[in-house]
Design a protein. Structure first.
Length: 548
């Protein structure tokens, strides 16, 4: 029996109706960074328990990437109540503000006190929509006065950002006398803010503590993931029904992505733990926190691992392009030895010189679907349509053997998205009149550290009479490094001698680099091994021996 899962999120099923008003928007970017604690300032770069040396290197990355907004998911300091600690973090954030980039932080458990809450409000007036670091953000809201600017939402372009504070409030209280409960009385506001956003806009939710930790047992909802189950379920429902795909946190100091279901097994959200920007790194628990707590409490496991990488310093660049979102994760070896993908745990005492490289890209689209494919299973349930175009994977298996630290196997979280042909042809003059389908985007089929996927067969329908029938100049295309549409097989990894053009349907036995058109079904197909934007196009380069 197939265990591949297909998720259809709230408003996403409105498809073209939703994306029609946002596909014209210019793509823009925001950055995400994590915990920035530091111990003793032995190298003179990290005063007042703040990892200034790392922060400055990240600031340069964000400035060079041209982001509009940077989010930090808490633990701004190691000791938030120490004199000068909170001020030092705000001072180095000013580098972003001076570069025209809005900086929006959260508190973490290292600045969880009433005094830190009051200081946070003073140092970061932009969280209330005030000061010189707001830029083009608007529609600021907080749940109530004692959380003003601590928990808050704002809109930027076609997205609503929600940052959730779970710590002691400005009046020195906690809901029901425990910080474990501090999300419960915020749920009506959370629901109102997410259900009240423009339907076709994105929603991004951030917190310091995650929905499910890899090392830390405590979560957004309590001292372990079984606490406050009814409130958890309501939170998951609100996020999923309002199209929020990612809940992004810190706290655990490693790069982990997993799919987490609520305590009633009805709603699913992707839990993203961000990699360390601190002096320390955490190793996951064995057995997993999910196995230790959720299985005994609820009788089932709630977490499905997607990706994990330990002992790195990293950051995230999120590109929002109309209904589509692509997240690029960049990481550097932490300087303790080992290599990326095979790092070493340590506590840093001096600032490392960081050399970042892209480790993975993942994403989703408001007009697409999500497919969860376990190891050893077929991608052939990946099928989606948009306007007049249908795309499906005809063959190919998830051949990954990757496990995370505790031994659990990862899954492939495959997502589809669409761009109308009319919009795609505007991006370059060389595209005009060449496309015979809408544009499909695929994410999520590669293992971390590689752009190469399993070999699979992609099929797409076309809406025009094929040109140059039989010579290979009409078929599935993707973009080259300059953004021009080229034969999709030309971007494959390692098939230089395997190119083959076929008039007719795909058949088992056609290897990597084969492609063709089937005039009977009006579909084109290609055997490829990467994710990208794909469309059926005319005037592509045929295989050797064919001429347009």
């Amino acid at each position: 029996m197939k265990s591949t899962k297909i998720f259809k999120y709230g408003a996403f099923m409105l498809g073209t109706l939703l994306c029609s008003s946002v596909v014209h928007a210019e793509a823009w970017k925001f950055g995400i960074m994590s915990d920035t604690q530091w111990k003793a300032d032995l190298d003179g770069e990290n005063p007042n328990t703040v990892a200034v040396g790392i922060i400055r290197q990240l600031n340069n990355q964000f400035i060079d990437a041209g982001v509009k907004v940077v989010i930090q998911v808490g633990d701004l300091t190691d000791k938030g109540d120490n004199p000068g600690a909170m001020e030092t973090r705000a001072e180095v954030a000013q580098e972003l503000c001076d570069a025209g980039i809005a900086f929006y932080p959260l508190r973490g458990n290292h600045e969880s006190s009433q005094a830190a809450a009051l200081k946070f409000q003073t140092l970061y007036p932009q969280t209330l929509g005030n000061g010189n670091c707001v830029y083009d953000a608007s529609n600021f809201s907080s749940p109530f006065e004692k959380l003003n600017g601590l928990s808050y939402t704002f809109d930027y372009n076609n997205a609503r950002f929600m940052l959730l504070d779970q710590f002691t409030r400005t009046d020195n209280t906690n809901y029901l006398d425990s910080s474990n409960n501090n999300l419960i009385d915020q749920l009506p506001w959370i629901d109102n803010q997410l259900s009240g956003k423009i339907a076709e806009n994105h929603g991004f939710v951030f917190s310091h503590k995650e929905l499910m930790g890899a090392n830390h047992v405590d979560t957004l909802y309590g001292s372990n993931p079984t606490i406050n189950p009814d409130s958890q379920t309501e939170f998951f429902r609100i996020l999923m029904e309002n199209g929020v795909r990612y809940e992004i946190g810190g706290h655990d100091h490693n790069h982990t992505r997993s799919l987490v279901v609520d305590p009633t097994n009805q709603y699913v959200v992707q839990n993203i733990i961000t990699s360390s920007n601190s002096y320390k790194f955490y190793t996951p628990k064995i057995p997993s926190i999910d196995e230790q707590y959720n299985l005994p409490a609820f009788g089932f496991l709630r977490e499905t691992p997607v990706v994990q990488e330990l002992y790195t310093v990293g950051y995230y660049i999120v590109t929002v392009d109309g209904p589509k979102v692509t997240v690029d994760h960049f990481a550097s070896d932490n300087g303790c030895g080992g290599t990326l993908g095979n790092g070493v745990d340590c506590d840093l005492t001096v600032t490392p010189e960081l050399v970042f490289e892209k480790r993975e890209s993942f994403g989703y689209s408001l007009n697409g679907l999500e497919f969860v494919v376990p190891q050893g299973e077929s991608y052939d349930l990946v099928k989606d349509s948009f306007a007049g175009t249908t795309a499906e994977i005809l063959s190919g298996n998830n051949e990954s053997k990757v496990t995370i630290y505790d031994g659990r196997k990862t899954v492939k979280d495959v997502n589809t998205g669409w761009t109308p042909k009319s919009e795609a042809e505007k991006t370059t003059s060389k595209s005009k009149g060449r496309l015979a389908s809408d544009v499909l985007t695929l994410w999520g089929m590669a293992d971390i550290g590689s752009d190469q996927t399993d070999t699979f067969v992609l099929s797409m329908s076309y809406d025009q009479k094929p040109t140059h029938l039989g010579n290979g100049g009409f078929g599935i295309a993707s973009k080259d490094a300059e953004g021009n549409w080229v034969n999709a097989i030309d971007n494959n990894y390692g098939d230089e001698n395997g190119k083959q053009f076929v008039v007719g349907s795909w058949k088992k036995g056609y290897g990597l680099g084969a492609y063709g058109i089937d005039p009977v079904t009006k579909t084109a197909w290609a055997v490829i091994n990467y994710n990208s934007d794909f469309a059926v196009a005319r005037d592509i380069e045929p295989v050797p021996g064919h001429r347009n």
